[in-house]
Design a binder for this molecule. Structure first.
Ligand code: BTN
Length: 275
């Protein structure tokens, strides 16, 4: 069994005002592409406005954070990228956390299953990786930042080489016995993400609100972790998230807790478990 997405049905179900409704660049669904994020970088360089969605049936070079690959076999997952341009770039760390919450909300609605979020925004189910989110900001023009929001979710089980893929993988179809309407799922996800982006740009924005929602789903706080910063490794205990979305770590090496920013760090549990 594989899944095929009907782009027209996704579009027909969109309740958004910007996402999926770019004023000058249509949405795309590719049978095969290197990476949906790469495709949107190209489109945005050619002047695409906010909103374009790129989806793929298969990615040959799906990318994750820190140059890791995101394995994207044909018809086995959701490979989705969204282009958004914003002049509000103060809260990008929090956007990353908020996107995890958006994905978790939609997964809960469509499957009844409550996933967990591993800082920054790995999607976790049954202590395995269900998916991940990669936000890239390739350039800024006239103070407007281009954001490429890439989301990958494993859906139909596939066999993978456990010698090469060290992170155990979970699949959305294992979380529910009911069929998932993927076109509706994508349309709902687009709306959650748009609502988040508009909230972050609004005057009412409260960092604490995003942090609060993320904490409800998190599986990182109160864990002993190993943080990898390039060639350096820090051992400590994750004790919280600050108002910038950074992870606060208590270590025996420093008197005061230290903060880790999403762009620099990948974390593992000290006990060797993935979560
Ligand atoms: C991670 O796990 O570190 C993030 C994975 C993000 C994967 C998605 S799939 C759609 C988009 N295109 C990519 O090349 N990557 C993202």
């Amino acid at each position: 069994m594989t899944i095929d997405i009907n782009l027209r049905l996704v579009e027909a179900n969109l309740k958004t005002s910007v996402i999926g409704k770019s004023s000058n660049c249509p949405n795309e669904y590719h049978k095969v592409i290197d990476s949906t994020n790469n495709r949107l970088i190209e489109l945005s360089k050619n002047g695409a406005n906010s909103g374009t969605i790129v989806l793929a049936y298969e990615q040959t070079s799906g990318r994750g954070r820190f140059g890791h690959s995101f394995i994207s076999p044909p018809g086995h997952g959701l490979y989705l990228s969204i282009l958004y341009k914003t002049s509000q770039d103060r809260h990008l760390n929090l956007l990353t956390l908020g996107l995890g919450v958006a994905a978790a909300n939609v997964i809960k609605f469509h499957t009844g299953f409550q996933i967990k979020l591993k800082w920054v925004n790995d999607l976790i189910a049954n202590e395995k990786k269900l998916g991940g989110i990669l936000v890239e900001s390739p350039f800024v023009v006239n103070q407007e930042k281009t954001l490429i929001i890439g989301i990958g979710i494993n859906i139909i089980p596939f066999v993978y080489d456990t010698d090469k893929i060290l992170t155990p993988i979970e699949f959305l179809n294992n979380l529910t016995t009911k069929p998932i309407n993927l076109e509706l799922f994508i349309a709902d996800l687009a709306l959650e993400i748009e609502t988040l982006l508009f909230y972050i740009e609004s005057e009412n924005f409260l960092a604490s609100e995003i942090v609060k929602q993320w904490l409800e789903y998190n599986c990182t706080i109160d864990k002993n972790i190993k943080a990898i910063l390039g060639n350096d490794v820090i051992f400590g205990r994750a004790i919280g998230i600050n108002g910038s979305g950074e992870l606060i770590i208590e270590t025996t090496d420093t008197d005061k807790p230290i903060t880790l920013s999403a762009g620099q760090v990948s974390i593992r549990n000290i006990d060797g478990k993935y979560v």
